[in-house]
Design a binder for this molecule. Sequence first.
Ligand SMILES: Nc1ncnc2c1ncn2[C@@H]1O[C@H](COP(=O)(O)OP(=O)(O)OP(=O)(O)O)[C@@H](O)[C@H]1O
Length: 649
Amino acid sequence: MERKEKPTELAMAKRVSIFEAGLKKPQASTARVRVSVRLRPYMSQDDEKNEGPCVRGTGGNSLEIVNWRNTMETMQYQFDAFYGDGSSQQEVYLGSVKPVLTHLLSGQNASIFAYGPTGAGKTHTMLGSPDQPGVIPRAVRDVFQMVREQSVLPSNEEWEFTTTMSYLEIYNEKVLDLLQPKDLKDQDLPIREDKDKNILIPGLTQKLISSFTDFENHFIPASQNRTVASTKLNSRSSRSHTVLLIKVVKSLRRPPFRQLTGKLYLIDLAGSEDNRRTGNQGIRLKESGAINSSLFVLSKVVDALNQGLPRIPYRDSKLTRLLQDSLGGSAHSVMITNLAPEFKYYFDTLTALNFAAKSKQIINKPFTRETVQPTALKRPREESPTRMPAKKKMEAQNISGEVSTESAPGVSVSSRSSHNEVYDGSVMERLLMLEKMMMGTPERERLALLKTVQQSRKEIQELREKQKELEAKAQEAQSLLAQQNTLQPSNSSNAEGKVKRNIRPLANKPISVAAPCSKQQAVVSPLQVSRVNPLQQNISEVETSKKTKTSKKTEQLEGKENMEEFQCKVNSGLLKKSEEMILNLLNTGSLQDLKELQRIGDKKARLIMGYRELNGQFKQVADLANIAGFSDKQVATFLKANLLSTIAR
Ligand SMILES: Nc1ncnc2c1ncn2[C@@H]1O[C@H](COP(=O)(O)OP(=O)(O)OP(=O)(O)O)[C@@H](O)[C@H]1O
């Protein structure tokens, strides 16, 4: 083929090189998006007209494509790397992917995504096959290897490493959790951004993984959840964009409990496609519409970044919202553009090449993500069947007789022990994980692991002792409180003890005693119940003032005003205690725990988890009002309903 360049594409190619020539050397904190191109082997069955390939490599990082206006000319492109049709999975992985993985362990994000026309080899590159494993299995293996190597280093003696995975797909503009069973995966998850512009998906399942086998056990069934279908261009075409997230958390085992979090996104995009050629109709056509429009927004995002526009349209599609970290964000990013050499893909190939060329101008700003845990290590928020449900947790707290006595400045016994519970669980989990890991670990690494196991055992022992100490303090404080109560006037002496003894537990969900049962009545039902059951006699400091006498006021039981009135009726110590329990649950409860609270359904529970992810712990229950979807009135109703049912337990 003769090499001559077509003006417009040449301009594109030149613009890139001029840009690169004029580009100031990126500072340490910036990293350009790396763009590699991979050409899949020519497939004669894909070339009905027997025209031969239209694109070929011209060097280690360049290629040429026939000029459609004049087939005697070609256009040239240069990238960070070019992998020809004979390239192996290993070459692509070692050349373009492995170098960015090292950032993970130092708390930085990395993102690898495969882009290109349908049938050009994206899934082959990312996933591969059992005999030709692609980027995903290779990267996951290496992450485990790196973690193993790091954890045996003497300098990392005080650090522990935790690896988790999440897996999702964006199908028809919905974010679906692939780690959920098929019948539960249809819930569209929200995408949020924290103050550091990290993209988060509250409610997305995270699985703790400690070996490649663990990973496979979750990944293989989840991959079967993925939406694929046959089109004219590919018998197993991906109809969705899939994202595998591997998170490595490096945590200091002692105060100040520093944590470095590195995330690796492995993304297989759905193919850009021309429906005239795919023969798509009906549902396939709808899918194509969603795929094409998200890829169109992706292109607009890249244009806006390149032009330095003030508004980057990340929010215009779920895909770009999710890639916000990777393009113009905080990740070290690698785009692998896959191409098919046959003429029938010509225009898709040209579009993909131009997109790839402009993408390599994007500069990201990776940074190390480090947090400090004020008290102890937190477990990853995983849905775990072994976690105690909310009701039981509250019961357990009551049984242990905890009181919110300040045993150290600013830290209540109750919040402390609950932290210990979490920490203890985390250490236990780690111990089990380590023991499991050792079974398949080579001799030389076993010694180092044994040492970590011993360390974990020691920590558990220390925690147990600490817990005993705290329990003793709590008991002491409780008896003090009891003494104080006996010294108080008689109308306040029937406070806590009696309430506990006499109250019939309230049903978990509000029961309306008044008919007919409208939604509004359901909202106030806990109080209605309280007015007809023995609770009323046992609540201390019941006011006989005009407030309770006014029948109109008892009808409008929602809202702030009523909350105040309600609070006046109930012993303030009890209120404080149960409010603390609710707060504790808001800050540490799993999705299931939260759903067991009154007035909290699945959506609200996910919003609460999302808020926690974005803003950290709730300082008070009233902070719920900061979440979109919770009005002041709803917060008041929530508090009222849960305070009462908590007291009743
Ligand atoms: N480098 C390669 N070597 C050998 N075969 C390949 C290569 N790349 C792709 N293929 C084969 O080409 C076909 C299409 O590839 P693949 O399914 O990976 O495409 P895709 O880009 O993911 O398509 P879609 O967007 O429709 O999901 C598959 O049969 C795959 O095995």
